[in-house]
Design a protein. Structure first.
Lengths: 328, 493
């Protein structure tokens, strides 16, 4: 007895062959043909992971294929980018913070990828500014006081960050350089440690995520003197913008961001499709609210905008890194 | 506080919360027993699912997985010298010899009872002293941490038995392995040989599972057709005698004190508290030579310590919003997902959440005790499975567990390599527990010492000027002098 499904199997195989042989635009129309994987370079439950999952869930419904978030944590997100580049199946993308695309190639020898040549942006997910936090007992209660105190005794004050080359470190160095100040850098590994150290008056200040400082400010243990975004941030609307204050240039800006990326050479139509869907998801007010509750402002924009942002930030932080290297 | 407890009962006894709590502790015990697969991986996997349940139920469940895994961790440690979690590696030092003497039931009972005592007293500490401990945690500066860890290293370096030169070699090797990764102060890569996978250091789970788990499997290859020592456990037999109970309770209480203190300090963790409580018992014991050969105190103290530490780890997390370890960071993540801002205001803003969690700890631990006592018989009967079936299964779980930490195939190669080295070390009678100790304490000492020196701008007097640091440094110096004096006296006899 012949097998009743033989004919159908052959037809299916033929269709798959035809699809594989189709031109780029035809691929994009049928894309995705398999589950989409998004590799996050941070552990489950971290903010890059949560942001990626907030987008991945509605994205699955829009693409009609499961969207699987995979955590490949390590080396400040670099491993996630490396792993994304290893998969060349047209269905694997990445979600990352700014570091691995802007500063890590400078800080890590043999990083294994060239951002400009190997990576294409899909869309900017969200941005977060940093606040300048000091202990509630600190004599300074405005940015002016703080700058004056730092000027009065150069090098005497200390600040904490979440590590060499971290956003918190480089943002402070940029701030110090622009304001003409000098402070001692004390690297930690987490905002939790920086917070404890500021509250215990072991160090004087630190740039940190607004959500990390907010609770302590409400409890009367900390003060926020300024914020690094161009405009006041909705989560902490009362904190004054640093740009333009007390001799700081009007274009001073330092933000952390998260973005979706793809390996270079991905079909532009696929990038376009993902960009459209992600922008639609980021425009959803409930998604925006959930991101804001975590301290992130939903962004979006074109893939080209993201590429420009990567280039601009690489240049800004590159100059800061040059200066730090020059001091040592 | 009384009102709070009533409010907590109301939250924790809601049927849905209760069910999630029971599910959490059951799952926790289970993953704790499996070598390598721990609370961290399980909580990460459960986290996305908590979107769909109430925040109380979510937190209570995740917390249950965390402290439940501390109960389970001891089981394979005692029966097979395969620690389910890094914290329970210390328990194998005396628990495994007990099991080989046919006292597996008693060892497991001791570990369950000590775990229960440690957790329950840990809850009392959490309720009574949370505010004070949180205040203390912010007062601890880099110099104080460094001094405390130095005392810890000095005290715990007596964990090993046998050749002092070999013991020292193991501690030093652990310290060196702890150096691998990105240097916090300078950002320089140390001993990473260009591998991005080593930038965050060697994975603790891979190290512990390789040294204790894989090496034990290799050591037993020649005995593939055999199975563990025949032990029949009847409930009455595993109950300790009055005499044994008297040797369990005081070490468990001392272990609880150490665990409660270290658990509440962010960044120190329960692995260290198990080591220190073990070292303390050995030091104050009248017959320290029994340790390593099945001393019941060597099971009671570390198990009480790691369980109480698991409870008081919630102090900085809930009262300050400062997570002490990566698992606590995940808990904070779960709160934030549900729109609850953790931090000093949480107790005022969401007292139902805080007290509900505290009460659920009590209920969960009661349930763990009821769940685990009858299970002891089942765990012991695992020993009747021939090694040729048991060990391959264990290797699979080890690989699953190590891979689940950060989805890295590199770590799988590491655990195999470390296992081979661990086997050679066991042949030459080197103690892997000391290597683990150096690995855990070394980076903490280094980073805090250098941070303290950086902040004091190179003035070492900071260690004597700060009262907390001074106490620890003086205690460490006294301990070294005491050991030297004892050695000299022994030598002159």
């Amino acid at each position: 007895m012949t097998h009743p499904f033989n004919r159908r199997h052959m037809l299916l195989a033929g269709a798959a062959l035809a699809m594989a042989a189709a031109t780029g635009s035809a691929t994009a129309q049928s894309w995705p043909t398999a589950p989409v994987h998004i590799i996050v370079g941070f552990p489950a439950g971290s903010s890059p992971d949560t942001l990626a999952r907030l987008v991945a869930e509605p994205l699955a419904a829009r693409l009609g294929q499961p969207v699987v978030v995979e955590n490949k944590a390590g080396a400040g997100g670099v491993i996630g980018v490396q792993q994304m580049l290893l998969a060349k199946d047209g269905h694997t993308f990445g979600a990352t913070i700014n570091g691995p695309l802007t500063t890590s190639p400078r800080l890590i020898k043999d990083i294994g990828y060239d951002v400009a040549a190997d990576i294409t942006g899909i869309a900017l997910t969200a941005t977060s500014p940093l606040v300048l936090a000091v202990s509630a007992d600190n004599a300074a209660s405005t940015l002016q006081d703080f700058i004056a105190a730092a000027k009065a005794d150069p090098g005497a004050m200390t600040y904490g960050s979440v590590g060499q080359g971290s956003g918190a470190h480089l943002s402070m160095e940029l701030f110090l350089d622009t304001a003409g100040l000098e402070m001692l850098h004390v690297p930690f590994t987490s905002y939790a440690e920086v917070t404890t150290s500021i509250m215990g008056a072991e160090i004087d200040a630190g740039f940190m995520a607004p959500s990390a400082a907010m609770g302590h400010v409400q409890a009367g243990k900390m003060k926020m003197l300024g914020i690094t975004s161009a405009e006041p941030f909705p989560q902490v609307p009362d904190v004054p913008v640093i740009a333009g204050q007390d001799g700081m240039p009007a274009d001073y800006r330092a933000e952390l961001w998260n973005a979706f990326i793809a390996p270079a050479g991905t079909d532009p139509a696929v990038i376009e499709r993902l960009n459209t869907e992600i922008n639609a998801i980021l425009a959803d007010p409930t998604v925006q609210e959930r991101m804001l509750a975590m301290g992130w402002k939903a962004e979006g924009g074109s893939a080209a905008d993201l590429t420009d942002r990567i280039a601009a930030d690489t240049a800004v932080w590159g100059r800061v890194l040059d200066r730090i290297a020059g001091k040592q | 506080m009384f009102d709070g407890l009533i409010q907590g009962l109301a939250t924790a006894l809601q049927p849905s919360v209760l069910i999630y709590s029971l599910f959490g502790v059951f799952l926790g015990t289970f993953v704790g027993v499996l070598p390598g697969i721990g609370a961290m991986a399980t909580i990460s996997l459960l986290l996305p699912l908590t979107y769909y349940i109430s925040p109380e139920a979510a937190l209570v469940m995740l917390a249950g997985v965390y402290y439940g895994s501390q109960y389970g961790g001891a089981v394979a440690s005692i029966l097979l010298r395969l620690p389910g979690t890094p914290q329970s590696a210390v328990t194998s030092l005396d628990g495994y010899p007990m099991a080989r003497d046919g006292r597996a039931g008693l060892a497991l009972f001791t570990s369950m009872l000590s775990s229960f005592l440690g957790s329950m007293l840990g809850i009392v500490v959490l309720v009574m002293l949370a505010g004070w401990l949180a205040e203390l945690a912010t007062k601890f500066g880099a110099a104080d941490y460094a001094a405390m860890m130095i005392l810890g290293l000095v005290a715990a370096s007596t964990v090993g038995t046998g050749n002092p030169a070999k013991s020292l070699a193991m501690v030093v090797l652990g310290l060196i392995l702890g150096c691998i990764g990105t240097d916090v102060n300078s950002g320089v890569q140390r001993l990473t040989f260009g591998w991005a996978e080593l930038m965050d250091g060697i994975n603790l789970v891979a190290l512990a599972m390789g040294l204790f788990g894989v090496s034990e499997v290799i050591a037993n290859i020649r005995k593939a057709d055999r199975h563990g020592p025949p032990t029949k456990v009847r409930f009455l037999q595993m109950l300790p005698t009055r005499q044994e109970l008297r040797t369990i309770i005081p070490p468990a209480l001392r272990g609880t004190a150490i665990g409660s203190f270290f658990g509440a300090l962010p960044g120190t963790g329960s692995t260290i508290s198990s080591f220190l409580s073990y070292a303390l018992e050995r030091r104050i014991s009248r017959r320290p030579e029994r340790f390593g050969h099945g001393a019941i105190e060597g099971v009671a103290a570390p198990e009480a310590a790691n369980n109480s530490a698991a409870i008081t780890a919630f102090v900085p997390t809930l009262t300050l919003g400062i997570p002490g370890d990566p698992i606590m960071a995940l808990m904070l993540g779960a709160l934030i997902i549900h729109g609850i801002q953790p931090g000093p205001m949480m107790l005022e803003a969401r007292p139902d959440m805080f007290w509900g969690l505290v009460v659920s700890f009590g209920i969960g631990n009661l349930f763990l005790l009821i769940l685990n006592l009858p299970l002891i018989g089942i765990w012991v009967s695992m020993l009747r499975i021939p090694f040729r079936w048991l060990y391959p299964a264990i290797l699979i779980f080890v690989c699953l567990g190590v891979y689940s930490v950060r989805g890295s195939t590199f770590d799988l190669i590491m655990v195999a390599g470390i296992g081979a080295v661990g086997y050679l070390m066991a042949l030459a009678r080197f103690n892997p527990a000391l290597l683990l100790l150096g690995f855990v304490l070394g980076p903490l000492i280094e980073v805090n010492l250098r941070r303290a020196m950086l902040i004091s701008r190179g003035d070492p007097m900071v260690f004597l000027e700060r009262p907390i640091a001074a106490v620890f440094i003086i205690a460490a110096a006294a301990l070294i002098l005491l050991s030297l004096w004892q050695a000299v006296r022994r030598g002159s006899r």
